[in-house]
Design a binder for this molecule. Structure first.
Ligand code: GYE
Length: 331
């Protein structure tokens, strides 16, 4: 509810002013030579790996359209080299502003330097980079460490219940996101930190499922083959959790009961599985970043100061919460 209000407020505030270009004629911090009042944004997306990503892409495209932003959009298909190539082409095209969601945290320094040299401001959305912060204007997105912490806190609170086989140890297998990606690194860190509070909780296996349903399914199949004492799955996103559900069911076990499942994102399919009792807890990660992104782009191009870090507002859901929230869920 709070989140929706914020998003609505952002949308209203955007519609109260016309987005204006800050091309060369305005003298602002942009490499664009357009002066017809339209902002041109080059957006380099990660890919289409998950329900979260699909909702994120739609939010950015819909908001750009509604606000009259000329959006140049590319899908890097999960490959950093494609993303770097797309950013270079946006620099060549002299767009007003570049936004992207970095596939991984490292390796973007050179291309960010090139954008800076061309006077084109860069806004990071969703994922962070491990680079000199002066190379980008702001980073809009979730706090992934906090998301991992929320998942860990829930497990600590429900540890007794989660020890499904009652052997005194809560054996957790972790399905990691894309190796080197900020949400995979930070969610693992936040979760590990919180479960330290209970000695009975132990991560017995951890492997990447690349944020995809298929990846989650395959990794879970191999975990199940080598270990019959798994109590809990902690998946870094809903899609991998949904893949794990398929593997658990195929092994003749009941997800949510024989093996507890915790995920992150809260997309519709995940929320449905939560309401159906197949997932036990979901930490929300909000993909609807379009309104805040366009708002930040306008401010940056108007030469306004923007905070170095802009957080999105998020919550978490139990099975009961999911039943209540599902009818209004947009994505
Ligand atoms: O959780 C996952 C997606 O970067 C927050 O990427 C995003 C993550 C999201 O593939 O589903």
């Amino acid at each position: 509810m709070v989140k929706k209000t914020l998003v609505a407020a952002a949308a209203i505030s955007l519609s109260t002013f016309a987005l204006s270009s800050c091309g060369s004629s305005s003298g602002a911090d942009s490499g664009s030579d357009s002066n017809d009042g339209t902002i041109t944004m080059g957006f380099a997306q990660v890919g289409a790996e998950s329900g979260w990503r699909t909702a994120n892409t739609k939010s950015i495209q819909d908001t750009a359209k509604a606000e009259g932003v000329d959006l140049k959009f590319t899908d890097a298909q999960g490959k950093q080299e494609n993303q770097i190539q797309a950013i270079r082409s946006y620099i060549q095209q002299k767009v007003d502003v570049i936004a992207f969601s970095p596939v991984v945290e490292t390796g973007f320094d050179a291309v960010l330097q090139e954008a800076k040299a061309a006077n084109i401001p860069v806004i990071l959305t969703d994922r962070a980079v491990d680079a000199d912060p002066s190379l980008y204007k702001t980073f809009l997105g979730s706090d992934f460490v906090v998301e991992g912490e929320k998942a860990g806190d829930w497990l600590v609170e429900n540890a007794k219940d989660a020890d499904v086989d009652g052997d005194g140890t809560v054996n957790v297998v972790q399905l990691e996101g894309t190796t080197g990606a900020a949400p995979a690194i930070d969610r693992a860190e936040g979760f590990a930190e919180k479960i330290k509070a209970d000695d009975s909780i132990e991560i017995t296996a951890s492997q990447t499922g690349d944020f995809t349903r298929d990846g989650g399914k395959q990794v879970m199949e191999s975990f199940l083959q080598s270990d019959d004492s798994i109590d809990v799955v902690f998946a870094h996103n809903d899609d991998m959790g949904l893949g794990a559900i398929e593997a658990i069911e195929a092994a003749g076990l009941e997800p949510g009961k024989d093996i507890k499942i915790i995920t992150i994102d809260a997309v519709k399919d995940g929320m449905q599985a939560l309401a159906d009792g197949k997932i036990n807890y979901i930490v929300e990660c909000n993909p609807l970043l379009g309104p805040q992104l366009m708002d930040l782009a306008k401010k940056v191009l108007d030469g306004e100061e923007v905070p170095a870090r802009v957080l999105t507002d998020e919550t978490a859901f139990t099975q009961e919460d999911a039943k209540a929230a599902l009818p209004d869920r947009q994505y």
